[in-house]
Design a protein around this ligand. Structure first.
Ligand SMILES: O=C(O)CCC(=O)C(=O)O
Ligand SMILES: [Fe+2]
Length: 475
């Protein structure tokens, strides 16, 4: 019988024991494990300056530490079993991703396939380019995937009603019309550090990631220092994902965080799949971000849409860049172009007072919520608040008005948060954020996050490195 309430599903009574965990869950209530021991794959956790890794088992802890929601027992037991069985059969004909890594062709340490809901989606996905290469035509959603999609769509949309929706996100209902599926045969199969590509999903996507079969750790780390807690930049967070769990990655997960499924020493076999794990990421193929809307560089290959997270001056701006290096022996034409996301999304902007920290019109730092101190928009003061425009402070007063009619009046979603109204002006007082942290500290935290990337190159060179290897070619 399917569980009916989200609250039921968010509660997981039995925590699975995973022998590969450095700190297996205890019988006590505490499900957040703090451990300084490094996990099976080396990485930033070994660095002296890196904050201690966290290992999370409970939805409450996941919600607290990263922009993800974990839902246990998401499908009925029967549907989860049928879907796992159908995907195991289907996965026999899936393939590994291949791409150029410097001068050699490498392949992903897992198998992968794409699925589409409708015929139009099929045609469009057939035009998608990943790793600078045209993809195999997608498969049609299996009948069990259609069933799962309905459940996942409802959960995501119900939760979205309780969250602040950024103007760049899809407005109205979220749908999952495409899916990428991964097959990890055993504990050593993995996917490296990456963020899911925005090219065809658009900015600030929501992704529903379903796990079937063996429990694996899903690791996330924040690349952008949290202005309220810069020490956590680069912190490794491992989340145990058991059979029939849904991990919803909310924005700005793909802009500001990276994720991976690391190799493990061993996994506890699942009764149906043994050591294998199937993952299905349900996604929304977004209007305005089709191959026809994507610029092509001199290499004749679709460029990739990305967001700046390292450079402070351009932080949060989107750009297209050449992504041919994965397809032509590591060569790229170096093409680069900024995207005016507000214009692309048809948002109308009004700058109401002075911007002492003047930002480019195309920078989303001119929008409420950015830089985002957390996964939700918490630093929004009511529209009626008057704005100080003293030049010494970094007060940024921005009125944003969108052409979208969908949103209603502002509405409190909890004691601290106000739902962002799309049709009314919203004001973000940056001086409050700025007060909490000196510029220097921000730079240091940003440096730490960047340094951690360099550490990855050394430690994870054979598997993944941000920007170069499998990590960025995963999707
Ligand atoms: O297997 C997982 O949980 C993650 C897969 C993933 O990150 C992807 O497909 O982009
Ligand atoms: Fe991913």
């Amino acid at each position: 019988m399917p569980l009916t309430s989200i609250n039921d599903r968010l509660r997981w009574k039995e925590k699975p024991y995973d022998p590969t965990s450095p700190s297996p869950p205890s019988a006590t209530n505490s499900s957040t494990m703090l451990s300084s021991s490094s996990s099976s794959s080396s990485g930033p956790s070994t660095r002296k300056s890196a904050p201690k890794p966290l290992i999370l088992y409970s939805p409450e802890d996941v919600e607290r530490h990263c922009p993800c929601t974990l839902v246990f027992n998401v499908l009925s037991k029967d549907l989860a079993t049928r879907l796992l069985q159908a995907m195991l059969i289907d996965s026999e004909t899936w393939d590994r991703n291949r791409w150029w890594f410097f001068e050699r062709m490498v392949e992903s340490p897992h198998k992968r396939s794409y699925f589409a809901e409708h015929d139009d989606d099929m045609e469009e996905i057939a035009g998608w380019t990943y790793n600078g290469q045209k993809q195999e035509p997608p498969r049609r959603f299996l009948k069990e995937m259609e069933e799962a999609k309905l459940v996942i769509r409802k959960i995501v949309n119900d939760l979205r009603k309780t969250r602040a929706i950024h103007p760049y996100e899809v407005q109205g209902d979220w749908n999952c019309n495409v899916a990428a599926a991964n097959y990890y045969a055993h504990s050593k199969e993995s996917v490296g550090w990456h963020a899911d590509k925005l090219t065809y999903l658009g900015p600030r996507p929501t992704i529903g990631s379903l796990t079937l079969g063996a429990t694996r750790f899903f690791r996330v780390r924040k690349m952008v220092p949290d202005v309220r807690n810069p020490d956590t930049a680069g912190q490794l967070i491992s989340i145990a994902l058991p059979h029939n769990s849904l991990c919803i990655m909310w924005p700005p997960m793909q802009e500001e965080w990276k994720h991976e499924v690391p190799p493990q020493a061993r996994v506890t076999p699942h009764p149906i799949s043994g050591t294998a794990r199937i993952n299905i990421t349900f996604r929304l193929r977004r209007e305005g971000f089709s191959p026809a809307d994507t610029p092509v560089c001199k290499c004749g290959i679709a460029m990739v849409l990305r967001c700046v997270f390292k450079n402070k001056a351009n932080y949060g701006r989107y750009f297209y860049m050449c992504y041919a290096s994965g397809s032509q022996e590591g060569r790229t034409c170096g093409a680069f172009q900024w995207v005016d996301m507000e214009e692309k999304l048809g948002l109308v902007k009004k700058y109401s007072t002075s911007l002492s920290n003047s930002s480019s019109p195309s920078s989303p730092s001119s929008l409420p919520c950015l830089p985002s101190p957390s996964n939700t928009c918490t630093s929004i003061t009511p529209p009626s608040t008057s704005i100080s425009s003293t030049t010494a402070s970094t007060t940024v007063a921005v009125t944003v008005e969108t052409t979208l009619e969908s949103a209603g009046k502002p509405e409190a979603v909890n004691s601290n948060e106000k739902k962002l109204s799309m049709s009314q002006p919203a004001i973000c007082d940056m001086s409050k954020v700025k007060d909490q942290i000196e510029d220097k500290e921000q730079d240091q935290a940003l440096d730490l996050a960047n340094e951690l990337d360099d550490a990855d190159l050394v430690d994870l060179a054979d598997l993944s490195f941000e920007g170069i290897s499998e990590s960025d070619f995963a999707e």
